[in-house]
Design a protein around this ligand. Structure first.
Ligand code: GLC
Length: 740
């Protein structure tokens, strides 16, 4: 990783400066401000042709190589590869952001000025750390030029070497941080609606899930729960919240409450009074008066989350609220979104007092930072992240050893350290279903591993078929929540009759069976920064067909998901990267490196498994609260090799940060006639709850003889299912399981 911080162009001294390390060579032309980065093999990673400063703005231009693709850029609508587009980084509230509705849409709720470049299979990365407004013209105006411009702030750029996408993202997340492990329940299914209007309705929803045996772990409380939209309150429609939340918890439901930044300008309101006493609100341009703007509560004041002492105060307010029994906090409108200002956010000239982000002033822009006051324009994109950080801290104040769950709409680079991200107000359309894939993939590549879209779509009316296909897709995305708007038709899994209900139940149940695999992937994301939901290029950067693929994705390395994205479709074209792949449902074997036509019955979408994969699964359950399974199913597919780090912890506490987890390498090796499963020695101080592994050899035609560390164990063959099954007791020592 290389950091460039430029101030103004120097015209003195030697024209060229060179920095050489074993991994790279960087040469700067002092006269033009141009530079070039080569990797150790002498191949060019980036070439900057010019750097310029005008007034408070700075800009530089990169040369795009032939065939170079650009990914990442946080959250955006439109195509997966961003080359040929203009992208603006300025967090904004955008209703119905599908590119078919807003073809030229340039900015959304989350800004991550990070690009992953791919040139002939080699990856490089660039991050411009500047939370002010940026505009990137990625070969739109000039096809071979990538022009990056910031309206304010410093030119503070980091360059990351590959050669693989995994290397780049590992380095980028080393800098900006990786996800903490969420509580296990947060990996389950969430149900939401704007809004469940009162306690009876919410409790009825909870009862329906259990009565209909549809697994569900979380219910979200949208703005209806509040007393006149006063943050951190419950209104009269939700009486005795403590008792209500305890009751839900007894039935295995966690409650997540929405918390918007706007604090109602009601002089009697406690949060407002305490905030004012601490000078906690964003100021008007004179730095003295509190800025007042309109949002859900009407006239509101906006906490200055950029200031650490304000975050601390907010965390305390939230902790008191959360102690009523709320398991999670949902930060919305935190761009921040305003109803009545011209830019629908805080005016640029608003002042932040004592922010802990130093918006470094260029020598030629002295007015931007005046001592401890910074203009909103210079910090705008950090507001949502700073609020999420305060929420995360608040959750820890409420319960110091419980894993926080914070969901946010807005954020900046590094948001993954404090919150999961959902992609805001999409719509109930097939186009939006399709767009959710490149959107989530680019967010994932930008470090935000825990992300998801509103299942079924937020705006407009969903249909049974759309909800089914969306639920079938989203069962494989990291965050899995059905949410709909106040004037949309009902969208709970049973809202479209028994057939849709049954199909959604099956998809959600499959998600719960996949939980052990998902937990391993979350642990990997925490360890290495690798996304949970991955584009095909992650594992196949040299395969041009895999690189352009934006309507399929990988869950970890081993599952390839090819969702159905059109109404009535009963088949679709699927690209299988090189190697052998099994149809997850039928067991059919395919040679990769080609497109195939996959059937898509109503019951499920096409899913493929990499040959040689080992995938741990669990027993279906209604909610994830309660004991872990004591037997883990390990499905093993033939013809190949694979590796997985098995991860186990208590799913709730922060013990994992103190080493209280258990891991072991799970490796499958094909040695011709003999196959081997190597379970490495268990590591970490968490006492494993797993008593046994139920190994299920998939797609086999006969029974096998099986040895565990040289000792025969009995195996059973089921010819109808084509599986061979045996149990391996889980001992912490290394174990070699062989079958032939
Ligand atoms: C915003 C959110 C949406 C929420 C609504 C009401 O539009 O994006 O999810 O339901 O506000 O709070």
């Amino acid at each position: 990783m290389l950091r460039l911080r430029a101030r103004a162009r120097s015209r003195q001294g030697t024209a060229r400066a060179t920095l050489t390390t074993p991994a790279a060579k960087f040469s700067l032309n002092r006269r033009t401000g141009g530079w070039v980065l080569h990797d150790a093999g002498g191949l060019e990673v980036f070439r900057c042709t010019t750097t310029d400063f005008t007034g408070s703005a700075s800009e530089f231009a990169l040369r795009l190589a032939e065939g170079e693709s650009i990914f990442g850029l946080g959250e955006s609508s439109g195509p997966f590869n961003k080359r040929g587009l203009i992208r603006e980084f300025w967090n904004a509230d955008v209703l119905g952001h599908a590119s078919c509705i807003h073809p030229g849409l340039k900015n959304l709720y989350v800004s991550i000025p990070f690009a992953l470049s791919l040139r002939e299979g080699r990856a490089g990365g660039l991050f411009w750390h500047n939370p002010g407004r940026q505009i990137w013209d990625i070969g739109c105006t000039e096809p071979e030029e990538f022009r990056l411009r910031a309206a304010t702030g410093a030119l503070d750029v980091y360059l990351f070497l590959g050669p693989t996408p995994a290397d780049v993202v590992a380095r980028f997340t080393e800098l900006t941080g990786r996800i903490p492990l969420p509580p296990r329940w947060a990996l389950g299914y969430h149900q939401s609606r704007y809004g469940y209007a009162n306690r009876e309705e919410l409790e009825q929803i909870a009862r329906e899930f259990r009565r209909r045996k549809i697994p569900c772990d979380a219910l979200h409380l949208d703005i209806h729960h509040m007393d006149g939209h006063r943050v951190f309150t419950f209104g009269r429609s939700f009486p005795r919240p403590r008792e209500m939340l305890a009751r839900l918890a007894r039935h295995g439901f966690k409650a997540v409450a929405i918390v918007d930044p706007g604090v109602k300008a009601d002089p009697q309101f406690g949060v407002l009074k305490r905030g004012r006493a601490r000078r906690a609100f964003v100021k008007t341009r004179d730095g003295r008066r509190d800025f007042v703007g309109k949002v859900w509560p009407g006239k509101s004041l906006f906490p200055d989350f950029l200031n650490p002492s304000v975050r601390h105060w907010w965390a305390q307010e939230q902790a008191a609220f959360q102690k009523l029994g709320l398991a999670g906090i949902w930060n919305d409108m935190n761009e921040p979104a305003l109803f009545d200002t011209p830019g629908k956010t805080l005016p640029d000239a608003c002042e932040h007092l004592n922010p802990d982000f130093q918006a470094v002033a260029e020598p030629n822009q002295p007015s931007q930072v005046r001592s401890n006051r910074t203009s909103h324009a210079a910090l705008h994109n950090l507001y949502g992240s700073a609020m999420a950080e305060a929420s995360h801290d608040g959750a820890l104040l409420a319960a110091p050893d419980r894993r926080p769950f914070v969901l946010t709409r807005s954020g900046y680079a590094g948001i993954q350290r404090h919150a999961a991200v959902w992609t805001g107000d999409n719509s109930s359309s097939w186009e939006h279903l399709a767009e959710s894939i490149p959107m989530l993939l680019n967010l994932s590549l930008s470090g935000v591993a825990f992300c998801g879209a509103d299942v079924g779509g937020f705006l407009g009316d969903c249909t049974g078929e759309l909800l089914t296909r969306w639920t079938q897709l989203a069962a494989f995305t990291p965050f899995f929540r059905n949410h709909a708007n106040i004037d949309s038709r009902r969208q709970e899994p049973w809202a479209f009759g028994p057939r849709t209900e049954a199909l959604c139940r099956d998809a959600i149940t499959l998600r719960y069976q996949m939980l052990p695999y998902l937990e391993c992937l979350f642990a990997e994301a925490r360890r290495t920064g690798a996304p949970i939901m991955r584009p095909l290029l992650w594992h196949h950067p040299n395969d041009p067909a895999a690189v352009v693929c934006d309507d399929q994705f990988l869950l970890g390395e081993s599952l390839l998901v090819a969702p159905i994205l059109r109404p009535g479709a009963r088949a679709r074209s699927v690209y299988l990267p090189r190697g052998l792949w099994f149809d997850f449902w039928s067991g059919g074997l395919y040679e990769g490196g080609q497109h195939i036509i996959a059937e898509a019955v109503a019951e499920h979408i096409p899913v493929f498994v990499r040959a040689g994969a080992a995938i741990p699964t669990g027993t279906p359950r209604q909610s994830l609260s309660g004991e872990r399974d004591t037997t883990v199913n390990l499905h093993v597919w033939p013809h190949g090799r694979s590796q997985l780090v098995w991860h186990e912890d208590d799913g709730e506490s922060l013990g994992y940060q103190r080493g209280q987890f258990s891991t072991r390498q799970v490796e499958c090796v094909d040695r011709g006639t003999v196959r081997e499963l190597v379970l490495g020695q268990a590591e970490g101080s968490f006492p494993s709850q797993t008593l046994a592994w139920r190994v299920i050899l998939r797609c086999v035609r006969r029974n096998y003889r099986v040895w565990v560390n040289g000792e025969r164990v009995p195996a059973e063959f089921d010819p109808t299912l084509g599986i061979c099954l045996f149990e391996v007791p889980n001992r912490p020592v290394a174990m070699v399981v062989r079958w032939r």
